[in-house]
Design a protein around this ligand. Structure first.
Ligand code: B16
Ligand code: MG
Length: 219
């Protein structure tokens, strides 16, 4: 049986659905710049860094900009986004998350966040979830974006656990690729057709408890 000592969670799409707030803020920026940014366009931004997200958005709008303008727009978008997430409450934690985290910790499994977001600390604080994690590795602590494994490898290091004894929970293809490159067991959250490289795929954390989690590891 695979020996697992730690679990690393992506934030957006696994613990909480912040993608809808990213979308509201990016759409507002697109409106300001005079073009429409659809939900389909927004799919391209999942798991992508803020700077890269802005580049994709400008590509959609056919806009070229100076470095200074880009920095200003990224800053404005982030201010709107922070305005939205500051209003989030504990009812926005995705189903089953708090119970599962408690169960893992009660069974001696260490827990960490591995997220691209530079707002992870604020989000976890708003949701009252900070105390459920032994380490928070986010966009302020790493430089390479997923599919580079840096964020997960750094999280494993912070938990003092070999990557082979870590499980990653991820909802994005690039995140699954990052986990596999880092030598970790990857549990996809979402759809099997898009997360084909994951070791197993589940619909959401609500589908598992500690016992079911252990059984998934031997698949
Ligand atoms: P920020 P994750 C990612 O979070 C989001 O999926 C992605 O859409 C966002 O652009 C990125 O964080 C950066 O977020 O602007 O707050 O730094 O899925 O890695 O938890
Ligand atoms: Mg995600």
């Amino acid at each position: 049986m695979r020996e697992i000592k730690a679990c690393i969670f992506d934030l957006d799409g696994v613990i909480v659905d912040t993608a809808k707030y990213h979308y509201l803020a990016w759409r507002r920026l697109a409106e300001m710049l005079g073009f429409e940014f659809t939900e389909k366009d927004n799919e391209r931004l999942k798991c992508v860094s803020r700077v890269r997200s802005l580049e994709i958005l400008l590509e959609v709008g056919g806009i070229t900009a100076t470095q200074e303008q880009k920095e200003q727009w990224a800053r404005e978008k982030n201010e709107w986004y922070v305005e939205y997430i500051t209003k989030m409450g504990t009812d926005e934690i995705l189903p089953g998350v708090t119970t599962f985290l408690s169960e893992l910790r009660a069974n001696g499994i260490k827990t960490a966040i591995g997220s691209a977001s530079k707002n992870a600390v604020l989000i976890l604080d708003r949701l009252g979830l900070t105390c459920y994690f032994d380490a928070i590795i986010d966009g302020t602590k790493v430089s390479a974006a997923k599919p580079d494994p840096e964020v997960f490898v750094t999280a494993a290091g912070a938990l003092d656990t070999p990557t082979s004894q870590c499980v990653v929970f991820e909802d994005a293809e690039a995140g699954i690729e990052a986990a596999k490159k880092g030598g970790m067991f990857a549990i996809g959250i979402g759809d099997c057709s898009t997360l084909a490289d994951a070791d197993v795929v589940i619909g959401g954390i609500a589908e598992i408890n500690y016992e079911k989690f252990l059984s998934l590891l031997n698949k």
